[in-house]
Design a protein around this ligand. Sequence first.
Ligand code: BG6
Length: 287
Amino acid sequence: MLDQLNAEFAIDDAIHFEKHSSGLIQGKIATEVCQGSFFLLGGHVAEYGLKDKRPILFLSDEANYEIGKAIRGGVPICFPWFGPHKTDDSQPAHGLVRTEEWNVQSTSFDGQSVSIALGFQLGQLNLNYKIEFGPALSMALEVANSGPATTYELALHTYFSVSDVTQVQIGGLESVDFLDQLTGETQMASGQPIQFTEETDRIYHGAVKSLELVDPGWQRTILVEPINSQSTVVWNPWVAKAKRMPDFGDQEYPHMCCIETANISPNQVALDSGASHTTSVVIREQT
Ligand code: BG6
């Protein structure tokens, strides 16, 4: 399979496929502009950063790399539901596609950005995922419906690497109300940038054009630009939950935060028969 993938999709000085130490197949990107990687498992972007700069994505040292399990860090795809299943608690959290192998449909390189298209078929829903590794990281998940009208939730569950989560600020959600998942209560917009002082698990409901992750410790700002997204999840597990998560180090929570581009109930996507919808995000380091 590896030989076939490389024969069909490798591009010199841009992308090749190799076996990760776990045995999973990984696509590796290295260009004059950036480096990154993704796994066929989950269609999962694992790493991204500008050349000779710090990584932008967080990837846990304790992550599982096994079919049937999700990788902790990078960008898991939550689909077709977010969080626990609403009616059937025997179903896995965050849906069905982050733990299965996707297939490669195409790769290309324009001298600056490497583009990869991955695919996954889930019943009547055909998922087409376009990832672009370049001066920015862009991820666009198109869902096409070949069956009767339906709805779905999704999240591009992005883990960002930060110097110290207690020092960072997230701007852009100041005027958006949110569901506090820890209390189940809806909170009014705070008017303030987000700062982390405890376990944080919020779903902001409302479209935003641009978010800023300001990290004074590393003197960098990451811009997050969601497209066709009506929900943003902001998450950090903090001390106790970090200890409860077997695939996450007890001391890792200060080094990450999640900003997830999403469409979550009551902003789930409704798709008529034959219709399609694309949710995207572009992530870039401000220079
Ligand atoms: C976040 C949720 O998106 O994902 C949290 O808001 C959840 O509630 C977290 O704990 C991690 O989920 P999982 O299934 O990857 O452990």
